[in-house]
Design a binder for this molecule. Structure first.
Ligand SMILES: C[S@@+](CC[C@H](N)C(=O)[O-])C[C@H]1O[C@@H](n2cnc3c(N)ncnc32)[C@H](O)[C@@H]1O
Length: 136
């Protein structure tokens, strides 16, 4: 079961727990939830296709706080107003409360041999992939 960036838009701890409990109930035996989310670092660095330099307040944001990001550098209007930062520890606490356990976590980096004008991507992971199963 894949959730791609959905939990970036779910504002509170209780709503996250409630949604993960619901997803957990749908899991077939042995199946997993792949939860792809934005890392808190995405809101405080510059990227090939995202910019945050116009939002210095992001640096002081705590889990649950609203943060801002602009989709790309051509000044296209900001499209992700309802986005909430959530730390790794805060996700772990949510998973535990929802009766799930993290069986893997990936924070992929860009590679220097790729044909992209990476900015921070080869040093800082913008996204995190959690693989979750029902807790034993
Ligand atoms: C950042 S967008 C990601 C969209 C798409 N998955 C992608 O990767 O491009 C977040 C999506 O989560 C959906 N969403 C927000 N809260 C939700 C909820 N409680 N239940 C289901 N979907 C939700 C929004 O409608 C939006 O489509």
């Amino acid at each position: 079961m894949l959730s791609a960036f959905t939990f970036d838009n779910i504002p509170t701890r209780d709503l996250k727990v409630k949604n993960f409990q619901g997803l957990g109930r749908l899991l077939a035996p042995g199946a997993a939830i792949v939860n792809l989310v934005s890392s808190p670092d995405i809101y405080t660095h510059e990227w090939a296709s995202f910019t945050t330099k116009d939002f210095p307040d992001n640096k002081n944001a705590k889990s649950g706080d609203k943060v801002k990001i602009r989709h790309d550098r051509r000044g296209r209007p900001e499209t992700r107003g309802g986005t909430f930062v959530w730390s790794d520890e805060a996700y772990r606490e949510v998973y535990r409360a929802a009766g799930l356990e993290e069986v893997a976590k990936h924070a992929p980096l860009g590679r220097v041999d790729e044909p992209y004008a990476w900015v921070s991507e080869t040093r800082v992971a913008p996204w995190v992939i959690y693989v979750l199963k029902k807790a034993r």
